[in-house]
Write a protein that binds this ligand. Structure first.
Ligand code: NAD
Length: 375
């Protein structure tokens, strides 16, 4: 089995879908890996590193020719896939809900496209979950980005010249990214509080030494949807939450928002009027900016200022830590493929009825087969 590793072409994408470590591991399974020249450079992996791990190097056409599996970070366009044979597995973060036309193209080309972000949230799939591995890094980096934009220190400092008080940092949305943001903020010495719509997060916030900020008085607010994700909240809940958050936000120096609802625009959590109540020099980092944004006025790819408050909207935050993000992403892909590897066929065997396969398979035999894309 030949595995092709593409060089990413999307603007700002620095990650790569295989590392020297996973190249070695794929070779141990019996596969031959070919990496497109320069694919790892922006993640600090040289062509020589790949060669030393046993990969062949080549241009795009040579890389994809004869491959049975194509690995990518972001979903490639039709031009990139020219020369990929029907039946080939395409594995990566294919963003199927926003890149529907591309998915149609994968079906038309007869590819078997597997979208890793549709990985079910079950214990068996944890090591394959790109959303978790990448969100974790994004949560960490969001706090560092906030710290570098903030014109003050995070920890309390008692100096001969006087005392500096600790920054107050508020995390909105306590999934994987939010938990890491809390932990990172605490490590940097900030006073951290956090909120979420899922009541289960209250304990997690406390266990990290932060203060939970929760609406308790509104009925029917438990926001746990299916598979551990949030569901959309009632109007009554949203109103009560906004009021509580308004009072809290006015006293915060740093706000990190991470709230997402799969398949829907990100919920709006911070309004312009709320931003106006914050102290000038405060910083908001909106990790949901590419999904529509949690913060009014946030602009994807920009740092904007409103009422003296900086709103940071970096795109593709995991890619800002490309070396680690690529290493974890690559392991996620390896962990998935190796779990299904049939040594005798020297190829993965992906049973139709398997929960993971069913969850992530988008196209097969020229058709779109994923139920999340039907209708
Ligand atoms: P996510 O990225 O989908 O959303 C981020 C957070 O925003 C979530 O905690 C969500 O509840 C919250 N949110 C949504 N709307 C909100 C609102 N209006 N106000 C405040 N917060 C709001 O979430 P995620 O990081 O992917 O994690 C979701 C859950 O799934 C977590 O409990 C996580 O531990 C779990 N998980 C399980 C597995 C597994 O078992 N394989 C893998 C990954 C995550």
């Amino acid at each position: 089995m030949k595995i092709a590793v593409l060089r990413e072409t999307a603007p700002g994408e620095k990650r790569v879908s295989a590392s020297p470590e996973t190249v070695r591991k794929f070779a141990a399974l019996g596969a031959q890996v070919m990496v497109e020249t320069g694919a790892g450079l922006q993640a600090s992996i040289t062509d020589a590193d790949y060669e030393a791990a046993g990969a062949a190097l080549g241009d795009r056409a040579a890389t994809v020719t004869g491959a049975g599996i194509v690995l990518c970070v972001q979903g490639p366009d039709a031009a990139t896939l020219a020369g990929v044979a029907p039946g080939t597995l395409l594995v990566g973060a294919l963003d199927p809900l926003r890149e529907r036309a591309r998915v149609d193209g994968y079906a038309a080309a007869g590819l078997e496209a597997l979208a890793m972000e549709f990985m079910p949230r079950i214990t068996r799939a944890q090591s394959m979950d790109i959303l978790s591995s990448q969100s974790n890094l994004a949560g960490y980096k969001a706090v560092l980005d906030a710290a570098s934009e903030y014109g003050r220190a995070f920890p309390m400092m008692m100096t001969a010249a006087g005392t500096i008080s600790a920054a107050r940092l508020f995390v909105m949305g306590v999934g994987v990214a939010g938990l890491q943001a809390i932990a990172t903020g605490r490590r940097l010495g900030a006073q951290v509080s956090a909120t979420d719509v899922r009541a289960a997060t209250k304990e997690q916030i406390e266990s990290l030494g932060a203060k939970p900020v929760f609406v308790d008085a509104v009925a029917g607010i438990e926001g746990e949807g299916s598979g551990g994700y949030a569901s959309e909240m009632s109007d009554a809940y949203q109103k009560a939450q906004a009021e509580l958050v308004s009072a809290h936000i006015a006293r915060q120096d740093i706000v990190i928002t991470t709230a997402l609802i799969p398949g829907r625009p990100a919920p709006r959590l911070v309004s312009d009027a709320q931003i106006a109540t914050m102290r000038p020099g405060s910083v908001i980092v909106d990790l949901a900016v590419e999904q529509g944004g949690n913060v009014e006025g946030a602009v994807a790819g920009e740092i904007v200022e409103r009422h003296g408050v900086k709103i940071v909207g970096h795109r593709n935050v995991p890619s800002r830590l490309a070396a680690d993000a690529a290493a974890l992403f690559s392991r996620n892909l390896y962990n998935f493929l190796s779990a299904y590897w049939d040594k005798e066929r020297n190829a993965p065997d992906l049973p139709d009825e398997d929960e993971i396969v069913k969850g992530i398979r988008l196209t097969q035999g020229g058709q779109i087969v994923n139920e999340r894309l039907s209708g």
